[in-house]
Design a protein around this ligand. Sequence first.
Ligand code: GLN
Length: 414
Amino acid sequence: HNEYFQLKDKDVWSLINETAAQTEKETGVKMVHLGQGFYSYSPPDFAIEEAKKALDIAMVNQYAPTRGRMSLIDALSKTYSHYYDHALEPSEIMVSTGANEGILSCFFGFLNPGDEVIVFEPFFDQYISNIEMAGGKVVYVQIHAPKDFNENIVSGKDWTIDPQELESAISSKTKMIVLNTPQNPLGKVFTREELTMIGNLAVKHNLLVVSDEVYENLYYVPDRVRIHTISPEIDERCLVVGSSGKTFAATGWRIGWVIGNKALINYVAAAHTRICFSSPGPMQEAVAGALLRAKDNGYYEKSRAAFVNKYKIFTSVFDYLGLPYTKAEGGYYLYVNFHKLQIPDNYVFPDLFLKSRDFQLAYWLIKEIGVVSIPPSEFYISEHKAEAKDCLRFAICKQDEVLQEAVKRLKKLK
Ligand code: GLN
């Protein structure tokens, strides 16, 4: 087999989902799933309607053009052109099979063996495998935790990067910087100052910026900046990635997109063509319709308001327990610090959960109260895993009732 894939290193998503399923089977207790970031509810009616209509168009059921169906390219142009100084042309847009494959195509389109890619830590784990599969080498730059996080509620902006650390991570082999804002798992929305600093370094050192903005519509601060809008010099090196799954509560539809300078998109599209040729036709048609309807039906504002309320419901239990968390500025995760919580000394853990205290916390919560979360040390390299040993990430893209049930169960930890 390809030595990259060591089966013993089960990915965190499968490990947690399988443990939860197994526990549910053994105990009969229905789990409250706040682990992997999938929605517990359906896409909005208008998106479902568009999806149902799509299947009736005979040709959508055949291969789509590799860069995407014209209807979706056109809807994306109508959705995003106002961020640019011109109407986006088809050559500046590529549809991908989920944002995931769009990001993979950015790596495969540009990385040669040995090229270095800067990734901020904690990171969404998929970037690492995708960069390494393309022969790239990841260079990590930390997003530093606020000093008082064991004691106090903090905010995304209190997690900071050191400009000097970033610049000294850049070498002659550096090809790109991967950015994720709103950030998974912290819920940090990078500020204009931070993005200007990152963008200007990319210009100075002639680097590409892959900006994963899949949570772009879910932000709870007044100013959510897209890095490419800061200057034309930054814009010409940015590949901005978006997601219908995150936008329309449809993570199974697997439709994402990459937008950027057409000379860059050519290479992303060349890789994409060889990875999957094209993306699901009916779902592209559905997303095209949904984007056009969402432009002026108030959907984005309504989703944001719904998520503000979800955070209110869910954070209340950590206020009650006196456990600090990072107030999310965007996205749909809550990053909670369980430093103060004791796990019983004699508790027995399976081997796969021995690696770090956060894995033990996650296991214990599944077994004892039926609440599923993700241990975030998986989003750190070995040397830094201790940073996350007391933390858990909860996904709150769930019905209010699911969050209320989680609150009820977590209250038992007092
Ligand atoms: N992006 C989602 C999350 O972080 C899903 C991750 C995945 O399934 N690999 O939970």
